[in-house]
Design a protein around this ligand. Structure first.
Ligand code: HEM
Ligand SMILES: *[C@@H]1O[C@H](CO)[C@@H](O)[C@H](O)[C@H]1NC(C)=O
Ligand SMILES: *[C@@H]1O[C@H](CO)[C@@H](O)[C@H](O)[C@H]1NC(C)=O
Length: 507
């Protein structure tokens, strides 16, 4: 909430004076609404929403309660910071809360609400989710794509060994991690890699990643038009214009991919075609031939975009936070290495089939996602009907935010909540109600379908790096763990570390 906020505020107060008669929201029939902190006329609680949002909302919950009803302009917001309430919402009320609010970002950045992430609950969403499960997330597809993940991780190791000779050398890891996850997504989707050797498109990929980041940034909770629909036509902050121009770049990139692939496919036939059939885009284009009215170019572009937007920065941020945590906790780094050396050895590189044996590594990732969930407020849901939550009336169209950050750091739920202690997950099954204490991937129908994919990629990459290199901080001081701004949670400072290859890498 920076300058545009205060312009907005001035404008709203002005409008308020002109309007004179204000409508009171939610006071008509509702008797038992959830508690609500004191609010201002018109803007409601928007003035309380300051960056970093997950922290200010955590403080609000500490002060006023774990189930709160806020008002952001003309929208009601249910803010939940408790795992048992999250459980109630994702089980008993799962269908009711399976929709998404119609925010501007969905109109401009999700092909008018036709991507799986932002589509309202209904047939279109169900179809998209089914197609993506079949093409990307099913266990068969996950297994098929394992060679892609291994190949890209191998590339990361090869490049790292090149940048760090035989003695301890400083390397920058953030860009290596985003390149890894971007490559994995584009390799699965279209069989192309944008980073690495003999690749001419790194510039293009960088531009697209910038578009994604800017898009995510401006779709944060600060968009006025979303909360004051009567002001939307003015586009006060220019956000809508920015979204349109970012999306034009994105669409240009995606359309290029689809056209290029369609051309290649129509030029290949017979045996060659079988070989390329594994790619997601080929299956989608085949479906387009059969059912052109559903599988339009827009739907196909939307599916690829979702993989890039939902899959890239989330996975690479997790990797970056995990590595930073290990650098600050050398004893944990040593424990990860000892586990790999015992269960895999130093004769060969870690492979995906080894992952189930590496329980400490899994615990490190769980602990990283607990402390630094990449989307600390998950993705907003919307109630499609009136319902009763914890005995409180929650009206239809209320927007739901679940503060995973607050749940993950609640001292009533976790011992030493801000401490990095992967051991806390030893023997933890995460089953039943326990599972809602760790909800970095959300839950229920709208829960993250990419969790399995992300978990494999992140464990494989982190495990391989620890197996193949010695790692140290670049100085005496601990790695700075402050989080950057935005609805997703990048590190404020890109991660750098010292590394030296282990014998395995020099063979
Ligand atoms: C560490 C990595 C990741 C984290 C922490 C994460 C987290 C999340 C969260 C919190 C949601 C919203 C859940 C809700 O609404 O309750 C979500 C949704 C989603 N994620 Fe992920 N995600 C990750 C990686 C991925 C990957 C790799 C992909 C795909 C390639 C992916 C695809 C999606 C999709 C498609 C949705 C929308 C689901 C829907 O609305 O039906 N995610 N993710
Ligand atoms: C990495 O390096 C090894 C050994 O030099 C080589 O065999 C392998 O093909 C390389 N892999 C990739 C993906 O570059
Ligand atoms: C945490 O670890 C358990 C196994 O120990 C796993 O089943 C679960 O998916 C993990 N949770 C997250 C959020 O990664």
């Amino acid at each position: 909430m920076e300058e545009p906020f205060w312009y907005g505020l001035a404008l709203i107060i002005f409008t308020l004076l002109l309007k004179l008669s204000t409508t009171k929201l939610g006071q008509k029939h509702k008797k038992n609404l959830p508690p609500s902190p004191p609010s201002l006329p018109m803007i409601g609680h928007l003035h309380l929403v300051k960056q970093p949002i997950h922290r200010t909302l955590q403080a609000l919950a500490e002060k006023f309660g774990k189930v709160l009803l806020l008002r952001w302009g003309s929208r009601r917001v249910l803010l939940v910071s408790s795992p048992s309430v999250a459980e109630e919402l994702f089980t008993k009320h799962d269908i009711i809360f399976a929709s998404r609010p119609r925010l501007l970002v969905g109109k401009h950045f999700a092909y008018d609400f036709t991507t799986v992430t932002l589509a309202p609950y209904g047939d279109l969403w169900r179809n998209l989710r089914r197609v993506m499960t079949l093409e990307v997330f099913s266990s068969a597809r996950l297994a098929q794509f394992s060679s892609i993940r291994q190949g890209e991780v191998r590339l990361l190791l090869n490049q790292t060994v090149k940048s760090c000779a035989k003695s301890m050398t400083k390397v920058e890891l953030k860009s290596k991690f985003t390149e890894l996850s971007f490559n994995v997504m584009t390799m699965m989707a279209v069989g192309k890699r944008y980073y690495g050797e003999n690749v001419l498109d790194a510039e293009e990929a960088k531009n697209i990643q910038k578009v994604i980041r800017d898009g995510v940034d401006i779709s944060g909770a600060t968009n006025f038009g979303d909360f004051f629909p009567f002001l939307q036509w003015m586009d006060m902050t220019g956000i809508e214009k920015k979204m349109v121009s970012l999306m034009a770049k994105m669409d240009n990139f995606l359309q290029g991919l689809v056209d290029e692939r369609r051309e290649i496919l129509s030029a290949t036939c017979g045996s060659n075609r079988k070989e390329v059939k594994k790619l997601m885009i080929d299956n989608l284009l085949a479906l387009q031939e059969k059912e052109p009215q559903f599988y339009t170019d827009q739907i196909i572009k939307g599916i690829i975009m979702v993989m890039l937007v939902a899959g890239t920065d989330t996975s690479s941020a997790t990797l970056e936070w995990a590595m930073a945590l290990l650098l600050n906790h050398p004893e944990a780094m040593e424990k990860v290495r000892a586990e790999i050396d015992t269960k895999v050895g130093q004769e060969r590189l870690l492979e995906e089939q080894d992952l189930p044996k590496l329980t400490y590594l899994q615990n490190v990732i769980n602990e990283t996602l607990r402390l630094y969930p990449p989307t600390p407020l998950l993705v907003p849901h919307e109630a499609s009907e009136d319902c009763v939550v914890r005995g409180f009336d929650v009206p239809r169209h209320t927007m739901l935010f679940i503060n995973a950050w607050a749940i993950h750091r609640d001292p009533e739920l976790w011992e030493d909540p801000t401490k990095f202690k992967p051991e806390r997950f030893e023997g933890w099954s995460g089953e039943g109600s326990e599972g809602y204490k760790l909800i970095a991937f959300g839950a229920g129908r709208r829960g993250c379908p990419g969790a399995g994919l992300a978990s494999r990629l992140v464990r494989l990459a982190l495990g391989s790096l620890v197996q193949s290199f010695e790692w140290e901080r670049i100085g005496e001081e601990n790695v700075d763990m402050s989080e950057g701004l935005g609805l997703t949670m990048p590190r404020a400072k890109p991660l750098e570390a010292m590394c030296k290859p282990r014998p395995l890498m020099l063979a």
